[in-house]
Ligand binder design. Structure first.
Ligand code: B16
Ligand code: MG
Length: 223
């Protein structure tokens, strides 16, 4: 692992790292899985974390052995339906929905002149950041609609460093998803996994929840 002193930038996932919105994504997908007759399991829920909209739908269909049952148009219709349900769950989202300690952590990064970018797979991320009143802290954002490959591919985290004009070794990527940790590692950045350390066992550094994510704890883990 690189030394903490080499770090100049932090690249954030959004859902499940900054806000509790991963619960809303899961709820909306669960609802669709029920409708399509696909059994919802904890394992399926974990597989979907961090994965983009159409890829998520394809994983659900595959899990139920239904990957060849629908046309592209039908799939778009179902993905849109999930998104509408997700958006209605987002109504009333405010800065109170920021996960414990994350506002303070982001403010601390900003006060210490670290650069900050967003590497969320979600096309709704600008809306969510605005509702949380956090846009002002972000120096740059990767637009997921410009990517060839979603997480676990490294592309989004490679771009997350590029948009800050930093080298990957100078960046830390924070993630709650297995797909996201693989993406950070593939981009040759330092990965911080937030959540069950057994599930996120490929992360360089693990924290069980967001309240433990502080500069001091990251420094301690790296040096
Ligand atoms: P949307 P992240 C991901 O966001 C979510 O974890 C995942 O559940 C969701 O399917 C994906 O964004 C796409 O989101 O349908 O809103 O474009 O964790 O990368 O911030
Ligand atoms: Mg996430």
């Amino acid at each position: 692992m690189v030394k903490f002193e080499q770090i100049k930038g932090f690249i954030f996932d959004l859902d499940g790292v900054i806000a509790n919105t991963s619960v809303f994504h899961a709820k909306a997908w669960h609802q669709l899985a029920d409708k399509l007759g696909v059994t919802w399991t904890e394992d399926l829920a974990n597989q979907l974390k961090g994965v983009g909209r159409m890829d998520s739908l394809n994983l659900i269909l595959k899990s139920g052995g239904k990957e060849n049952d629908y046309t592209e148009d039908e799939k778009i219709k179902y993905a849109t339906e999930k998104n509408d349900n997700y958006l209605s769950l987002l109504k009333g989202l405010t800065d109170k929905d920021i996960l414990p300690g994350m506002k303070e952590f982001i403010e601390d990064l900003s006060a210490n002149n670290y650069l900050i970018s967003l590497a969320s797979s979600s096309k709704n991320s600008p809306k969510v950041l605005e509702a949380l009143d956090l846009e002002k802290y972000f120096d740059a954002r990767v637009d997921p609609s410009t990517l060839k490959n979603g997480k676990p591919d490294p592309e989004i985290y490679v771009r997350g460093a590029e948009v800050l004009n930093l080298r990957p070794e100078e960046c830390i990527g924070l993630e709650d998803a297995v797909s996201g940790i693989k993406s950070v590692n593939g981009a040759h950045e330092t990965s911080v996994g937030i959540g069950d350390p057994e599930i996120l066992n490929e992360a360089d550094i693990n924290f069980t929840d967001t309240s433990q994510v502080t500069l001091a704890n990251i420094k301690k883990a790296m040096n």
